[in-house]
Design a protein around this ligand. Structure first.
Ligand SMILES: [Zn+2]
Length: 280
């Protein structure tokens, strides 16, 4: 299957780097992320949450992102993040999205496999890729909340990949969505074992991990790293800062917020390509 999402991930894996996959929120943040990718010279994945997609509409969101990626010097894949709604994911597949992530991780393993496999069948018939999740990644991601993280095992992960045919796998490795209260304990051993397999490994909950942790995960085979909270925080933080200037014009406001978002996302992309830069 020739698919942009798969190509970006396999190329990143082959060069022992990771593609940043960023939860854009709107036009400004999508543009900020794509401009950052061009400056960093890195392919990128833009992955709105289901809530953001519902707010805009499946076709409208695709049209906006597809328009923004045209003529770029790097590849930009358009991906739906954490979806439990098969109808919504199918609508994205039909509208031309490159890939969708199905998150049935809260269900018993057999149901997770069955529902994910059904989406893989639908998507692959249309040259669209699917990411799946094994184990439970804790925290709140949009409208999906998992209170109790439940670690994945190597055996379950390989069984899931084989039975579903997913193109990328997000096993629960100890990361969490949102903000870390302490230093997360990551299961590097599991990352190393899965990293040696063909299917690209996805790290969710990237915000808050250290540069060293990112470099270690990537060296062991992580090919896609998701960033959501860091973008939300800089977006809101810079917005508040700019609004203190009561005379700021709306366009200048947008440009300033976009610039701050773009710079931080560029640093993430460079770190995922091996550079050492501050991420806050
Ligand atoms: Zn996630």
């Amino acid at each position: 299957m020739k698919n942009l999402f798969v190509s970006v991930l396999l190329d990143a894996k082959a060069e022992k780097k990771a593609a940043a996959s960023i939860n854009i929120l709107n036009y400004n943040t999508a543009k900020a992320v794509m401009d950052a990718a061009e400056r960093a010279g890195r392919d990128v994945i833009v992955q709105p949450s289901t809530g953001t997609v519902r707010r805009y509409g499946v076709e409208q969101m695709f049209a906006m992102l597809d328009g923004l990626r045209k003529g770029r010097s790097v590849r930009v894949a358009i991906h739906l993040d954490h979806c439990t709604d098969t109808a919504l994911a199918k609508a994205c597949v039909d509208a031309g999205w490159d890939s969708v992530m199905m998150d049935f991780s809260a269900l018993p393993m057999e149901e997770n496999i069955e529902k994910t496999r059904a989406m893989v069948e639908y998507a692959h018939a249309r040259q669209v890729a699917v990411e799946g999740e094994v184990g439970v990644i804790s925290g709140v991601e949009d409208d999906i909340a998992h209170e109790n993280a439940h670690p994945a095992t190597f055996e379950d992960t390989m069984d899931f990949i084989e039975k579903t045919g997913v193109d990328a796998i997000a096993p629960s490795i100890g990361t969490a969505h949102g903000v870390y209260t302490g230093t997360p304990v990551l299961n590097y051993e599991l990352v190393e074992r899965i990293g040696k397999e063909q299917t690209p490994l996805v790290v969710h909950g990237g915000t808050g991990l250290s540069v060293e942790a990112f470099h270690k995960l990537i060296a062991l085979g992580a090919a896609k790293i998701n960033i959501s909270t860091a973008l939300k925080n800089i977006y809101l933080g810079e917005s508040r800062r700019q609004l203190e200037n009561a005379k700021i014009a709306p366009v200048k406001f947008d440009e300033a917020v976009e610039k701050a978002c773009s710079e931080l996302m560029e640093r993430h992309m460079r770190v995922f390509a091996g550079e050492t830069l501050p991420l806050d």
